[in-house]
Design a protein around this ligand. Structure first.
Ligand SMILES: C[S@@+](CC[C@H](N)C(=O)[O-])C[C@H]1O[C@@H](n2cnc3c(N)ncnc32)[C@H](O)[C@@H]1O
Length: 226
């Protein structure tokens, strides 16, 4: 096949002249589209759910949402709850934004920020019904462990922001991190081991699906605030 035939088939017929593409680009008016990403006006002001969500409903927070398949699916199944997806990478947040837009969700908002900062400073006391922490970065080397999100301080912050009876759901593929998770929650006597409801248990995250495909075992546990 000649080169010009190839370019016609791939829709690149004006690639060399530049005429049509350039004109289209010049005349294109940006069309505003709704976004589920909440831009923080200040990182000093706590988040107000009343300004984020249409309805005052129990709030669940997914820390480190990745590509967001979990939180989008779960929010679709629970219209009677509000969800906040927290992710530090903008590219991933945008993927979640597209998924939420396709699903037309009104009970999900996304925020780009460090999860530890959010729970320390931006979530108010007794504001959260459930925290989901799925496959947080494992920081496997001994020197890196100080970077792990789930440590004893995390349990104290979870205790402050959860409502009584609220739950922290944890999943990881890293055995050492799992031991750390269970140790820090065992050390905080305000939490007791909790149950993961079957309808939550069946929803796999993107990383989890990948681990399972590769035959990597994953671990999960839940803790409930007394
Ligand atoms: C291993 S991925 C897991 C993603 C998702 N939970 C899943 O299971 O598919 C960890 C995600 O957490 C995000 N992340 C890591 N540390 C974070 C932090 N301190 N604050 C916010 N997001 C963070 C990463 O960018 C990444 O998308």
């Amino acid at each position: 096949m000649k080169n010009e035939d190839r370019s016609t088939l791939s829709g690149c017929d004006d690639r060399n002249t530049g005429t049509r593409t350039d004109a289209a680009a010049r005349n294109r008016v940006p069309v505003p589209h709704p976004t589920w990403i909440h831009r923080l006006s200040s990182i000093l002001e706590p988040l107000d759910p009343a300004k984020l969500f249409a309805l005052p409903q129990p709030l669940e927070v997914d820390l480190g949402s990745g590509d967001g398949s979990f939180v989008v699916q779960y929010a679709q199944r629970h219209c009677e709850r509000n969800f906040l997806a927290v992710e530090r990478l903008l590219g991933r947040l945008r993927k979640i934004d597209r998924k939420a837009s396709r699903a037309g969700l009104t009970n999900l908002r996304l925020v780009r920020i460090e999860a530890s900062y959010l729970i320390e400073y931006l979530l108010l006391r007794k504001m959260v019904q459930a925290l989901h922490v799925y496959f947080p970065d494992p920081w496997p080397k001994r020197k890196q462990r100080k970077n792990r999100l789930v440590n004893f301080r995390f349990t104290e912050l979870a205790q402050a922001i959860l409502v009584p009876g609220g739950t922290v759901y944890l999943r990881t593929d890293d055995t050492d991190y799992f031991e750390q998770m269970t140790a820090v929650f065992a050390a905080n006597t305000n939490f007791l081991p909790g149950e993961t409801p079957p309808e939550l248990s069946v929803i796999m995250t993107d990383f989890e699906k990948d681990f399972l495909t590769r035959g990597i075992k994953t671990l999960r546990v839940a803790y409930q605030l007394c």
